[in-house]
Design a protein around this ligand. Sequence first.
Ligand SMILES: *Cc1c(COP(=O)(O)O)cnc(C)c1O
Length: 360
Amino acid sequence: MARVYNFCAGPAALPTAVLEKASAEMLDWEGKGLSVMEMSHRSDEYVSIAQKAEQDLRDLLSIPDNYKVLFMQGGATAQFAMIPMNLLRGKKSADYINTGQWSQKAIKEASHYCDVNVVASSEDKNFSYAPRQSDLKLNPDAAYVHYTPNETIGGVEFDYIPETGDVPLVADFSSSILSEKLDVSKFGLIYAGAQKNIGPAGLCIVIVREDLLGETITGTPTAMDYKVAADNDSMYNTPATYSWYLAGLVFDWLKQQGGVEAMAELNRRKAKKLYGYIDASGFYANPVAIENRSRMNVPFTLKDDSFDKAFLAQADAKGLLNLKGHRSVGGMRASIYNAVSEEAVDALIAFMQAFASENG
Ligand SMILES: *Cc1c(COP(=O)(O)O)cnc(C)c1O
């Protein structure tokens, strides 16, 4: 059976080469006569898989030695609570930038643990842009500043890294991690649910500066304490072993593709083509400020939403899947993560062209 072009926002497309490797190793990993899923997480075999995955991620993002890499569970959503639990460190408030639905969820969850100051918001223009540095009303006594570099639903991406002085910067990179080079040293903590640009669901990666660990609020569950996770190599309890293994295969694949610099170039090209076509079409539209258009998630509307159903049905029939926009915003959304090839984007544009000329 041929593989479709999958534009799902998450869980998202994985590289075919990665799935082929996992498939070849499914019943018998490296001659050991068992699958990775059936291994003890304490076995030498599994520990080697886990350590290689971490090292490859460190290489890909040039993660400095004073940062811990944690392989946690509960998705990015659990991090919305774990971040204040771990990073308040005796402080009473945290600063949050509100750029859409994921920021709002992070804000709501954090407000159970501290005073949340929304230091800038793009709600005035229906979350269609990222506030500028000069708009941020930062509090020097905040425990940290949180933002969402890429809003997966609105398709809004920051074109800069906020400058926060001595206050640690915390970023939800769920939908854009590994899509380009990143200066990790600018952040106190980076987190990303795996199912968009890393691997299968069930895993959330946290990259955190060492000196921020060890001062959790009273009542923090042990499994949610970053220091406990770090001291136990993310194996205080049983980790999501198979997801971790598959993430490792993706990291390996990324290295073979030329690393994040090569992915960044490809991602720019893919996004440029798709937005270029949308803008020129006269049939499709994207509402986001040009400089904040996401390279990963491309929402678009049709000239008239009465065409939506036919568009989705015909796209499906052509093997272009999961183009329906988020239920909260409607319209369409094409997620074009690392594993979505340029060929997939070309096929999408060709279909959009044909549909527009038949219906325009
Ligand atoms: C998908 C997503 C989340 C939620 O991830 P879960 O793994 O479902 O908890 C949070 N933030 C961003 C930016 C996302 O794209």
